[in-house]
Design a protein around this ligand. Structure first.
Ligand SMILES: [Zn+2]
Length: 179
């Protein structure tokens, strides 16, 4: 998947799942790191190791869970971070969401190719739900559709979160009566 595709679908997914723009922003920032870290670790030999060690979900997921556990599983709050007092829980939470961006990157790559499962040097799981464009950095039609689906579903989830269930039902009843 392209960097654009990773950033958009990760931001949308985390926004829909948590309702927090701050958590979504940190996931967005981590969402291309598994690819960019390959340039740091492997340099010109990057192609040989592409989607192997850096795309093994286990270390990213374990580090994310450790951060979430240290944050007491809270969603980060901008007001607490800006205030600075007792912000350590929120800082751990931000780190956890950054690492979740890396986990989601690997999941997204598994929709359009293979990634490692138990052995980090062996790409063994994945599907070809859509194909990548042959031009580097260009989104294929399949990738655009995938990202649009992610954004659409996440927006619906975000809107549902904006209402409590009872106020949402009240809203539908009021709408029905007004017709
Ligand atoms: Zn990747």
């Amino acid at each position: 998947m392209t960097g654009k595709g990773h950033r958009l679908s990760t931001f949308a997914f985390v926004l829909g799942a948590t309702g927090s723009p701050l958590a979504a922003t940190f996931s967005f920032l981590g969402s291309t790191f598994p690819d960019s870290s390959e340039y740091v670790f492997f340099g010109k030999r990057r192609n040989r190791y592409h989607r192997r060690y850096t795309h093994w979900f286990i270390p990213w997921l374990v580090m994310a869970l450790v951060c979430f556990e240290r944050s007491h599983w809270i969603v980060p709050r901008l007001s607490v971070l800006v205030d600075g007092r007792n912000a350590h829980l929120d800082v751990w939470s931000c780190a956890g969401f950054w690492l979740m961006g890396c986990v989601l990157h690997i999941l997204e790559d598994a929709w359009c190719g293979t990634v490692p499962f138990l052995l980090p040097w062996k790409r063994s799981v994945g599907m070809h739900v859509f194909h990548m464009s042959k031009k580097i950095g260009e989104m294929s039609r399949g990738e655009k559709n995938f990202v649009l689906c992610c954004v659409g579903i996440s927006l619906i989830a975000f809107m549902f979160r904006a209402f409590t269930l009872s106020s949402f039902v009240d809203f539908v009843i009021a709408l029905w009566r007004s017709i």
